[in-house]
Design a protein around this ligand. Sequence first.
Ligand SMILES: [Zn+2]
Length: 436
Amino acid sequence: MKPLLGVCRIAFIWRGISPTRYGSTMDRDSGTDWITCPFCSRASVFRRLDIINGGVLWKCRACNRTRREELPPLRKQIVYLDQWVISNMLKAEVGRPVTRAEKWRELHGLLNHLISDQLVICPDSCYHQEESALIASLEPGLRETYRRMSRGVSFKTPDDIGMFQLYQSLRKFVGEDQLRGYTFGSSDAFYGNPHEWHARLYVTSDLSRRFLDPERTRRAREQLAEHLDEVAERNWKRRPATFDEDVAAEKAGYARGLLFQFAEACAYMTAMNEGRQEFDPGTYLDCLYRGREVLWMTEYLAEKLGDDGYRGLRHLLAFFASPHFGATPFLQIMAKLYAAMARHVRGPGRKPKPSDSVDVNVCSYFLPYCDAMVLDRAFAAITREGPLRLHEVYDTKVFGMQDFGGFLDYLVQIGRDPQRAQTRALYESLDHRSVF
Ligand SMILES: [Zn+2]
């Protein structure tokens, strides 16, 4: 087993301040940045040290006492970059073959500056981790690239994000939430606060990587792609249906899938209790995990609406049949994306690609929390088709490779924010000697 330190990494953030531009750190001792300490009253000993938890920490170098200065709240643009964008930026940087390398370098540089200036954040996700692990030769570089751009802010797993949204739907179903729409709070979707002021140091851990198994990921991806092909060939092509009928079928299919997983988990547990099944920790945990959605939803409904003798299971079936379930954002997006793909398969349009299932998940779970997304070319086009028009429904800009120029323009526009100069000045006023 690797030692703990071997999988942890401390990374410096330069924030665009080059040592030559800044001059020697010792020169600044005589500057005006040092003020009189409010505690010990010595002159030229008190100054800004670092930014911690959304505030500036001031410190006296004589008496070591500190004071905190609150900073105004930030509102960054949350931009999701598909794996191919990260991969192309890295390839251009390290000199691997990639078309339009110059453009990718330009994009990478622009993004790094906007992230350093706290105007943009590009959260990473389980899909970045999984897909990076599939390319062994580039994996360390890919990991470093997406982490530098996420500053440790990661999307929660799709299952967790889905549960937050289903919880809102359940509350509407039992009449506790009278709001018509859904809220998309950062804490529902992210580990870490995307709008937080950066400290100068950030620490990331590679612990979760230990559980990544590229072979397993590859097999799971292949199975998903095969399943999608099968659905396209057997269902979509042979069975004519309207867009709305396909949407309804997808939603019902999702509910059936949850119940099926729960039934499988119950069957396994029963068999184990009766001694017909050997105990296997992996399968046991897998069963608990896959049955958990139905479990917590039935328990919630039993608590709110009363135990109907089936511990809320009948209420759950009524919930699945209700408009509240169908209105759950991730499910709406997912069902409509698949319905749009079915429309393409029936017409002269495109066939499903192996990566489509992942793109559907990325869109369904992450899109409402993003200001902008960069996705696969054809997939980005699908999100804009009627009646999906996801960019309008969720006010999220969606770019594909064909909109590369549009994405650059969007970023350049963000860079014109007047807040940028203030942020830079603040970071340059920090005591760099304490870090370097
Ligand atoms: Zn002092």
